[in-house]
Structure formats: structure tokens, C-alpha cells
Design a protein around this ligand. Structure first.
Ligand code: PLP
Length: 460
């Protein structure tokens, strides 16, 4: 039933819409019996939609010769999907040893990877230098550490950058705002303005500047202002060093996604236009450009689908008990105002319900009261055995599983149009109960000694 994913080249973009494809995917999930008692919840990535998003970004920069688009791995830690980005000519932005290993096994070449963790260990930095992986230094302590490492290596150096916090302020969601005055990310531009240009121009091995003014809830003009400041700093460094020392500018990601409808607004073209307007120097040929989008490249391509196990009425309100809750929609459950999701109701044969709207609660399976996907939400009256779809969940939802109640990571399927036919693939198997048990540690407390740090240090 499930084959391996076709390569992007043989795969035509179909004439259907994001919504029509999603609705047919839910019907197929119903008809193929993909939701069972052992896996009553799954995810689906529509590869046609993913390809459309990839194409939209590539087209927005089609006239820019030196651009490397990377996908932010944390948005979608699914290997076949990362591999699709690699096959489409993308690079990958990573921020941990796990993400880096995923990127390498998904087929990204080291020179197309950018490492951005704020807490890189010495071994991680050495590994990046050994493989030729670009990285962005987060703070002055790290800068001094890299000072020593670059003198020790005889290999050609990758693009080594500095992450700048433009300190342009917060967007609509505090926890997602990376460019505030006191954000934990990067070196504060206004804190260190003159010192920074000097620190950088004194280190010819720094060839890249980076800013990621994230994320969801940030206005385009806000992101663009950050990039403008970054280009000004790059120009300043190059003036001081009397040559083109900074060769690449990494503008980060952070394009907001519209979770209210199937429209992709703002678009990648809108984002590029905002950058062009605020920082024309970015496009005058002086600099190569790196982008690092996550959510905007992936959200619209994914849907969570759950079976409704039971319905009941409590305090007069209808409640549907489902299998999708805090384990798969963590941010939505904990911060419903910041991360609302649409809900669509389907009968068990896959037909979308269009009956009059009734205020209902939709609950997840976890054992705490707040595990709700929706409260007093107007929806067609839900019945046991129905399916509920959560659109726009392709970014972060499948990569940020929360193991509360030891609830399993759901399976994720892929669907793509090949020769006018919708074909299904397995992207990730569901976590099994056996895996949950074996990841929970050894069966009993053993007396085996812990590794002896003193002895290990003495031996090395
Ligand atoms: C998370 C992250 C991104 C991607 O952000 P999106 O809002 O998903 O586009 C890009 N760069 C860095 C450094 C990040 O931490």
C-alpha cells in the first residue's frame, strides 16, 4: 500500500487546492482504515502542498544568484520530508546534535547546513569545523572559544557567522519573540554597536552575519528592520577591514503563518519585498543570502487527524473526547490564544459534516482538565466515530511531541499526486507501546557504577 516517496522532479504540481486535497486526504484516511484502536490518531503531510510552498519560496528569490534556502529542522524532524527539501536544493538549519545527525542522514551536504544552537559545546564546534558546517556564534564567550579553535585547525573554514540580536522589540507572542532588548539569543546590537564592528573586523575568519527575528506574530516590517540593521553592520565591518570580509548574510526565518484560513498570507514574495524595501543593499550583489524558514514552509502542508472516541454532554455542553490533545498539539493546548487551530468535522465515511453549528468542547486524551483542543467552539454536532482534522499542523506539531501520560507519537503519512493519482506513503511509524516501555529505563535499579568522570578525565 505504501511506497517510497518519488523525487521532486517526476512529481507534477496538481491543479487542486490545499483545502480540497486535505478533505480528500481525510476521506482516504477513513476509507483506507488508517485509524485503528491501536493508532486512533495520525498525521498526514500533503507533499503537493509542501512542493507548492517550496516553489513559492524559490520563485520569490529566483533573480538572486547567491541564495541558500535552508529549512529549520525543528519545524519538521521527519527524515523523508527533510530529504525532499535536500532533493529540492535546500540546505538545513539545525540547533542540536540530534538535528544535525538528522540533516546529515537526510542527505544535506555539510556545506548546506547551518548550525545555530545558542549552547554549542566545544565538541560540537570542533565537529562543525571538521565537517565544514557553517555556524553562527551566539555570544562573546563562544566567540573567544572559537578564536582558539580556528587557530588549531588547518582545514578550510566554513562560513562562520555572528548571531546579532537587532533588539527591535517583541511581536504578538512574547515567548516567540527573539529580538527583544533582553532576548536570550545573539549579541545585542545596541549593547555592543561599536565594539562589535571592531571585534568582527579584527577576525577575518568571520564571514557571515545572522539575525533571526522570530517568529509567529511578528510583522514583516519588524523582521525587515532587523535585516536592515544587519546589512548596515556588514557594510560597516567591510569598510573597516577594507575588503569584502562579510560575504554572506543569514536573514533567519520567522514568516508568520495564517492559521485562520487556507490562504497563505503573508507570502514569501511579501517577505522578500519587505526586505528589499528596508535593506536594498542585501540584493545589490555584495552578499550571498541564507534563509531559514520553518513554519511558513511546512504548516499548511500538514494535518492532524483523530478519531472521536466518545461524545457526552456535561453541564449542558456537548463534549467530544478525541485522541488528539496536549501530546501532539502542545502549544495550542497550553496557549490557546496564541496558537489557535481550525477544526473540521467528518463522518466516519470521510464526508465533511455541514450541519448547523453548535457550541462544543473538543477534548484530548490526557489526564488533566486543560487538555482541550477547543472550548465552546461552534462546530457541526460531533458524533462518536467521527473524524476531526486540525489543518495547518505540518510545522512543529509532529516535531514537538510531549510524552505526557506516555501517549505515543502518532504515525505520519505522506500523500502526493503522481500521474494524476494520489499515492500514499509512510513517513514515520507510530511509536509502539514496546518502544515507550524500553525508553523508560532499565527494568530494575541496578548497582552498575555510573561513569567515573574523574577517572575518564585522567585517562584522556
Ligand atoms: C526556529 C528558528 C528558525 C525558523 O523559524 P520559523 O518561525 O519556523 O520560520 C530559523 N532560524 C532560527 C535560528 C531558529 O531558531
Amino acid at each position: 500500500m505504501l511506497d517510497s516517496l518519488p523525487s521532486p522532479a517526476v512529481h507534477p504540481i496538481s491543479g487542486t487546492t490545499v483545502a480540497s486535497r486535505r478533505h480528500s486526504a481525510v476521506a482516504e484516511i477513513a476509507n483506507r482504515g488508517l485509524l485503528t484502536d491501536t493508532s486512533p490518531l495520525c498525521g498526514v503531510i500533503d507533499v503537493d502542498t509542501l512542493d507548492e510552498l517550496i516553489t513559492a519560496l524559490v520563485s520569490a528569490y529566483a533573480d538572486v544568484p547567491g541564495v541558500l534556502h535552508t529549512v529549520a529542522a525543528k519545524a519538521i524532524t521527519l527524515r523523508p520530508i527533510l530529504a525532499r527539501f535536500a532533493e529540492s536544493g535546500f540546505g538545513c538549519e539545525v540547533a542540536s546534535p540530534g538535528e544535525l545527525a538528522l540533516a546529515l542522514t537526510a542527505g544535506f551536504s555539510p556545506e548546506h547546513i547551518v548550525l545555530d544552537s545558542p549552547a554549542k559545546t566545544t565538541s560540537e564546534l570542533e565537529y562543525a569545523l571538521a565537517l565544514g558546517i557553517s555556524f553562527n556564534i551566539d555570544n562573546l564567550d563562544e566567540l573567544y572559544r572559537v578564536d582558539e579553535l580556528v587557530t588549531e585547525t588547518s582545514r578550510p573554514l566554513p562560513h562562520i557567522g555572528i548571531r546579532i540580536n537587532p533588539q527591535t522589540g517583541a511581536g504578538a507572542i512574547g515567548a516567540m519573540s527573539t529580538a527583544t532588548l533582553t532576548s536570550k539569543f545573539g549579541i545585542g546590537l545596541s549593547d555592543h554597536r561599536d565594539e562589535l564592528a571592531e571585534l568582527i573586523s579584527g577576525r577575518p575568519w568571520i564571514t557571515q552575519l545572522h539575525a533571526h527575528s522570530g517568529s509567529q506574530g511578528l510583522a514583516l516590517s519588524h523582521t525587515a528592520r532587523g535585516v536592515q540593521l544587519l546589512v548596515e553592520l556588514a557594510d560597516d565591518v567591510n569598510r573597516r577591514s577594507g575588503r569584502k570580509q562579510i560575504r554572506r548574510i543569514d536573514v533567519g526565518g520567522g514568516l508568520s503563518v495564517n492559521f485562520e484560513s487556507d490562504e497563505t498570507t503573508p507570502s514569501f514574495a511579501d517577505h522578500r519585498e519587505a526586505l528589499q524595501e528596508a535593506a536594498p543593499g542585501l540584493f545589490d550583489g555584495t552578499y550571498e543570502i541564507v534563509t531559514e524558514f520553518g513554519r511558513a514552509l511546512t504548516a499548511k502542508a500538514g494535518t492532524i487527524v483523530t478519531r472521536v472516541e466518545y461524545t457526552k454532554r456535561t453541564g449542558g455542553r456537548p463534549i467530544a473526547v478525541t485522541h488528539a490533545g496536549v501530546q501532539v498539539a502542545t502549544r495550542t493546548v497550553f496557549m490557546p490564544e496564541s496558537w489557535p487551530l481550525r477544526l473540521e468535522v467528518f463522518q466516519n465515511d470521510g464526508q465533511q459534516r455541514t450541519t448547523p453549528l453548535v457550541d462544543q468542547d473538543v477534548a484530548g486524551p490526557a489526564c488533566f482538565t486543560g487538555d482541550m483542543l477547543a472550548v465552546a467552539h461552534p462546530l457541526p454536532l460531533i458524533e462518536s466515530g467521527d473524524l476531526i482534522a486540525l489543518p495547518d499542523t505540518g510545522g512543529y506539531y509532529f516535531s514537538s511531541h510531549f510524552s505526557y501520560n506516555a501517549l505515543a507519537r502518532p504515525a505520519v503519512y505522506g500523500v502526493a499526486t503522481i500521474n494524476e493519482e494520489r499515492r500514499w506513503f509512510e513517513i514515520r511509524a507510530a511509536q509502539s507501546v514496546h518502544e515507550i516501555v524500553s525508553e523508560a529505563g532499565t527494568p530494575t535499579l541496578t548497582t552498575a557504577p555510573l561513569p567515573d568522570r574523574v577517572a575518564a578525565t585522567a585517562a584522556s
